[in-house]
Design a protein around this ligand. Structure first.
Ligand SMILES: [Ca+2]
Ligand SMILES: [Ca+2]
Length: 128
């Protein structure tokens, strides 16, 4: 089974009215998975754990997934996301943005089965 290893998120302002997030990780594959096609889903969320009024974390965006081929046992992946600053700015003060990453094999056609592997980054400290 694949592994989403070492997921990280960085980011900063771009172009005045936009904010860029960069999600990186290492995808690790079993020998039987090499040369297989995987669909990569990324979702950005803003953590509200510990916030005064609680509630669930905000979904910032879930861009269209992309596909890639597992060309080796480890594949470095990068996914860049640009959001309008007012979308990234969800609350007073800094945002605690994290990314969720799912990988699904093209051979995984059973809709009742989840992703082949997944992980989330730690929350970064951003100030859109
Ligand atoms: Ca928050
Ligand atoms: Ca803010």
């Amino acid at each position: 089974m694949c592994v989403v290893a070492n997921p990280k998120i960085t980011g900063g302002p771009v172009g005045g009215d936009n904010y860029r997030f960069d999600v990186t990780y290492t995808a690790k594959f079993d020998p039987a998975e090499i040369n297989g096609t995987f669909t990569e889903f990324i979702r950005l969320r803003e953590s509200d754990s510990g916030a005064p009024f609680g509630g669930g974390d905000d979904n910032l965006t879930a861009p269209n997934p992309v596909t890639f081929v597992a060309t080796a046992s480890t594949v470095g992946r990068h996914f860049g996301i640009i959001l309008p600053t007012d979308v990234a700015d969800t609350e007073i003060g800094h945002e605690e943005v994290y990314a969720e990453i799912w990988l699904r094999s093209s051979g995984n056609l059973d809709e009742s089965v989840g992703p082949d592997c997944k992980a989330a980054t730690a929350s970064g400290d951003f100030n859109p």
